[in-house]
Ligand binder design. Structure first.
Ligand SMILES: Nc1ncnc2c1ncn2[C@@H]1O[C@H](COP(=O)(O)OP(=O)(O)OP(=O)(O)O)[C@@H](O)[C@H]1O
Length: 520
């Protein structure tokens, strides 16, 4: 089964966002927290006033000095932007590589891939080192240039000023003070120009973040959920990224639509009583928009009954799950619950209407009890309710046999438990959640016979009375479903119960024959 999200893209974007947010943070802490920009500005104004009052004759040299320093720093800043960007990208790639390697460490080990990962990591570190050297060279070139300009200007000042002293037009004391203040002014101007350069870097980073955010259409219903959350927390969150008020404008435009969205409670009550209909659904993944995965798919998932979804690999079964869970929205067509378009429900709360149990359920690295209670994350779940759910999921016996019982820690992603145990905890979690729509995506395919029996019993319990959609490769596990839908070519090619589909002698019958099942 493919991943629910495009991990590579998410990784890239995360890397970019991390480095861009890092740049913004650096500039803010340098220039705002430590007042560097303001200090430089007041120093420039102050010293210019003092210098002009000391000697108007030396002012032209001073002006030339300032123009040349500012110009050279500005030219440097402009030419160093691409180097800054590629340095940031190189840094992001290193953290992406480390994150990916550690999150897939078992796979890496099982293929003895450590050496390869090390070599990839080393290459990225070398690339980072090279871009760092390039950046360092640019910085030192700028420093040398600035210093050369400063010393040439000072020499000019000494010569001109010295002549004026010789001619008695200027006192030695005034000349010495003038030179001292000129140094102060030089450093102040440099600080100011640096601050301006940093601000430009910040605007570039903010622009990149904005372009990532604006690359996707604002999802009105999701935005509504987020806005509601912000209001609830009464937090005035202003990321300072609202260049052109992109976010606010779009949210306001969508306000009319969003205020009409209904809560998950409405969705739940409709789903307990009505069918789910996929009507003429067309869908392409955003990152592969030229490939149509579903093309005109129609399916009614009957309320309170079990619908099995079967079909060849890549037919689009998991895609249907993702549309029902609203990880994506159909390109065309609509999904309804009891006749109501599901887009009229608040997307953020839609998770309360649908439970998904996968082949590899993800547990959090907290205790078993806390993992089960996660079924209702916003509520205070009592120990009795947790035990009730665990019993119904055939998990209670094994849990109390552990030394710390419900307080046993499950390890990262549940790694201290067996596959069947993880699965039963995930089922207990789903039982507690009590969502009206249940999706089982290959839920028992990774288990041995004993675990499968225990898990299947727990699943039977979970499915009771719920509208269930079961995806299975092994057709033996779905033959008792109320209806079986065969997905092929982006549509439902066959629909009926097991014996009806066998009698049709179509694709389903040949799939069954291929799997050599002894049904009757
Ligand atoms: N995030 C994605 N981006 C682009 N294409 C995708 C994405 N996810 C799936 N696809 C493509 O969509 C098609 C349907 O995939 P899907 O996972 O829905 O099939 P499936 O029937 O569940 O397959 P399997 O039985 O092997 O799990 C495949 O051709 C797949 O390559």
């Amino acid at each position: 089964m493919v991943e629910f999200f495009d991990r590579q893209k998410v990784g890239e974007l995360t890397g970019l966002l991390t480095s861009d947010l890092g740049s913004i943070k650096d500039v803010v802490s340098e220039n705002i927290s430590r007042d560097r920009g303001l200090r430089a500005l007041s120093e420039v104004v102050g010293t210019i006033c003092i210098l002009f009052s000391l000697s108007k004759e030396l002012a032209p040299i001073l002006a030339l000095l300032m123009v040349v320093i500012s110009g050279s720093v500005a030219i440097f800043k402009r030419s160093s932007v691409p180097v800054f960007i590629s340095h940031g990208m190189a840094q992001a790639s290193i953290s992406d590589c480390a994150t990916e390697t550690f999150s897939a460490i078992r796979t890496v080990r099982s293929f003895a891939g450590e050496k390869r990962q090390f070599s990839v990591f080393r290459k990225l570190v070398l690339a980072y080192q090279n871009s760092g050297i390039k950046l360092g060279m640019l910085k030192s070139a700028n420093e040398s240039l600035t210093r050369t300009v400063v010393y040439i200007s000072l020499m000019a000042l000494y010569i001109l000023g010295g002549n004026k002293v010789k001619a008695g037009e200027l006192s030695v004391g005034t000349m010495v003070s003038f030179i001292g203040y000129t140094f102060t002014l030089t450093f102040a101007v440099q600080g100011g120009v640096n601050t301006l350069g940093d601000l430009r870097r910040t605007f570039a980073a903010a622009e990149r973040i904005n372009s990532i955010l604006s690359a996707a259409e604002v999802d009105a219903s999701l935005a509504y959920g987020l806005e509601k959350e912000l209001k609830t927390n009464e937090a005035d969150v202003d990321l300072g990224l609202h260049n052109g008020d992109f976010y606010t404008n779009k949210v306001h435009i969508s306000n009319h639509y969003m205020s009409a969205l209904r809560s998950a409670n409405d969705g739940c009550s409709l789903a307990w009583s009505g069918d789910i209909c996929l009507e003429d659904i067309y869908f392409s993944y955003p990152l592969r928009s030229d490939v149509e995965v579903l093309s005109g798919l129609n399916l009614t998932i009957q309320c309170g009954k079990v619908t099995a979804l079967v079909g060849p690999s890549g037919a689009g079964k998991s895609t249907i799950v993702q549309l029902l869970a609203r990880f994506y929205e159909p390109t065309r067509g609509r999904i309804t619950v009891a006749g109501e378009d599901i887009r009229t429900f608040d997307k953020r709360e839609w998770a309360r209407v649908v439970s998904v149990v996968n082949q590899e359920p993800v547990l959090f690295s907290v205790s078993i009890g806390e993992n089960i209670a996660y079924g209702l994350p916003d509520e205070n779940v009592s120990k009795d309710d947790i035990i009730k759910a665990a019993k119904a999921a055939n998990a209670h016996e094994f849990i109390i046999s552990l030394p710390q019982g419900y307080d046993t820690l499950v390890g990262e992603r549940g790694s201290l438990l067996s596959g069947g145990q993880r699965q039963r905890i995930a089922i207990a979690r789903a039982l507690l959640k009590n969502a009206p729509i249940l999706i089982l995506d290959e839920a028992t395919s990774a288990l041995d016979a004993t675990s499968e029996r225990l898990v299947q019993e727990a699943l039977d319990h979970l499915m009771k009375g719920r509208t269930s959609l079961v995806i299975a490769h092994r057709l033996s596990t779905v033959q008792n479903a109320h209806q079986i839908a065969l997905c092929s070519g982006g549509r439902i090619a066959e629909l009926g119960n097991h014996s009806e589909l066998l009698a049709k002698k179509g694709q389903y019958a040949s799939l069954v024959a291929t799997q050599r099942l002894a049904f009757e």
